[in-house]
Design a protein around this ligand. Structure first.
Ligand code: ARG
Ligand code: ZN
Length: 461
């Protein structure tokens, strides 16, 4: 018999006494939520025990000093009895925390903020957490050395967060599995522009400061939240179908980006033709000088582009992500090939439709490139490889192999069906492989084994 078994009744008694002391007896049943969601690449990212439904971020930013003061109100539902729970937050100072209006203890350790409410939270119940915080948010050097988080500029800032930079500017459950709607209001000096995701819900000026309010009414993974503050030309127009298009462009990038920005509605229509209805209530783009950021990002409804990457194919890529990645989001970071494969395949399709480059030629070029064979797209060796070329190019090759195996009709049914089946949700690689087989009625094991999971370059198909 296990010697420790004798101690169990005693341990239970001690626990009862201890918890009884801190919470005053009634309803003592909760345990702390997990500090991470055990993502295969970022085990501490996100938090367990609750599910955020809505973020209400009220921010105040001073471009001159780089200081941000914020109040984050998170409406969440407990998924277990909770005595405490974690939020992800990088840097910044937490001034206070409340849960359902009552002061809560808040402790920091690294990027983890532990909130311990006065009373335990019942499984299934809704609760509102308010965190007041401030400080100078920082850029984050992410897993592949790209710069994300809060990127400061002379007149403002640009916030981008794939995969984990959003914790640099607001506390939250920063894993894509926990999507939520957002209200983001940011106050800046009058004359400074501030654009976030979604639709504008207000713009009010008093005492020389302007509050810009934005709403994402459809669920969003936190890595897709963005904020562009500074000297920006902001324009709002509508597509023929009535969809608001908000563009924010740095004056230094305005002339060079004007023509392509004007064509954005046509690009959206092309996407809608292949992928189905546009999933969000607004669209747009943010274009900044090339030195601000080294990559384009599909931030929800309003992708960000450095001017030197604001070209036809990158625009197609980031717009395709609105369906694949943003509306249908990865269940974990291991599923990121589902984002990048569709976005890359969209580029191949665009080249076929408008540049006389058959998809087969793009496939062939990717097949010949040694860089694409260093690892299988569904199994990046580590976090530094999540945005490496096998995820993009070999991911697109997987899709093309599915197309070859099932034929065009079934393939485009799968593409549209996948987008509608998981609209505004999350899906995994296993969901996709099962869906493709079900929708086509074909056993695609050979495709998955060789193209999705196999090591090295397979023999030419
Ligand atoms: N998802 C982005 C794209 O559209 C690239 C993300 C870059 N982020 C990074 N950490 N490398 O391809
Ligand atoms: Zn991409």
């Amino acid at each position: 018999m296990d010697a420790r078994a004798h101690l169990r009744p005693l341990a239970a008694l001690v626990a009862l006494v201890l918890t009884g002391c801190t919470a005053g007896g009634a309803g003592v049943h909760g345990e702390p939520g997990a500090a991470g969601l055990r993502d295969p690449y970022f085990p501490k990212l996100g938090n367990g025990g609750y599910d955020v439904q809505h973020y209400d971020l009220t921010l105040d930013y001073d471009p001159a000093t780089g200081r941000l003061a914020g109040t984050a109100e998170l409406t969440a539902r407990a998924t277990q009895d909770l005595s405490a729970f974690h939020l992800d937050l990088r840097g910044l100072t937490v001034e206070s925390a409340t849960v359902d209006g009552q002061r809560a203890a808040a402790n920091r350790a690294g990027d983890e903020l532990t909130v311990r409410p006065r009373r335990d939270i019942d499984d299934g119940s809704r609760f509102v957490t308010v965190i007041r915080y401030s400080g100078v948010p920082q850029a984050v050097s992410d897993s592949d050395d790209a710069r994300e988080g809060w990127l400061r500029t002379s007149a403002g800032a640009l916030a981008v967060g794939e995969p984990s930079g959003s914790m640099a500017w607001f506390p939250g459950n920063h894993h894509p599995a926990d999507k939520a709607t957002y209200d983001i209001a940011i106050t800046v000096p009058e004359g400074v522009a501030a654009v976030a995701n979604g639709a504008r819900t207000g713009e009010r000026t008093s005492d020389g400061r302007t509050t810009h309010s934005w709403r994402s009414a459809e669920p969003m993974a936190s890595y897709l939240a963005t904020l562009a503050v500074g000297d920006l030309r902001v324009t709002t127009s509508r597509t023929a179908a009535g969809l608001p298009v908000v563009t924010a462009v740095d004056p230094k990038a305005a002339e060079a980006s004007a023509d392509l920005l004007g064509e954005l509605p046509d690009y959206l229509d092309w996407c809608i033709g292949y992928f189905g209805p546009y999933p969000f209530a607004s669209a747009g783009a943010i274009v900044v000088p090339s030195e601000r950021i080294g990559y384009a990002l599909e931030t929800q409804t309003r992708p960000v582009f450095p001017l030197d990457q604001f070209d036809e194919l990158t625009l197609v890529h980031e717009l395709a992500h609105q369906w694949f990645g943003n509306s249908v989001s990865p269940e974990s970071w291991q599923d990121v090939w589902l984002n990048e494969s569709f976005a890359t395949y969209a580029e191949w399709m665009w080249q076929e439709d408008f540049e006389d480059v058959p998809v087969e030629d793009s496939f062939e070029k990717a097949y010949e490139n040694d860089e694409n064979w260093t690892f299988p797209p569904a199994e990046p060796p580590g976090p530094a490889d999540l945005f490496a070329s096998p995820v993009y190019q070999r991911g697109a090759m997987v899709l093309h192999q599915v197309r070859t195996a099932v034929g065009d009709d079934a393939f485009f049914r799968i593409v549209r069906g996948w987008a509608s089946e998981h609209r505004h949700g999350n899906a995994s690689t296993a969901d996709f492989t099962a869906y493709a087989e079900e929708e086509s009625g074909k056993d695609l094991t050979g495709v998955w084994d060789v193209w999705l999971y196999g090591d090295g370059r397979p023999v030419r198909p």
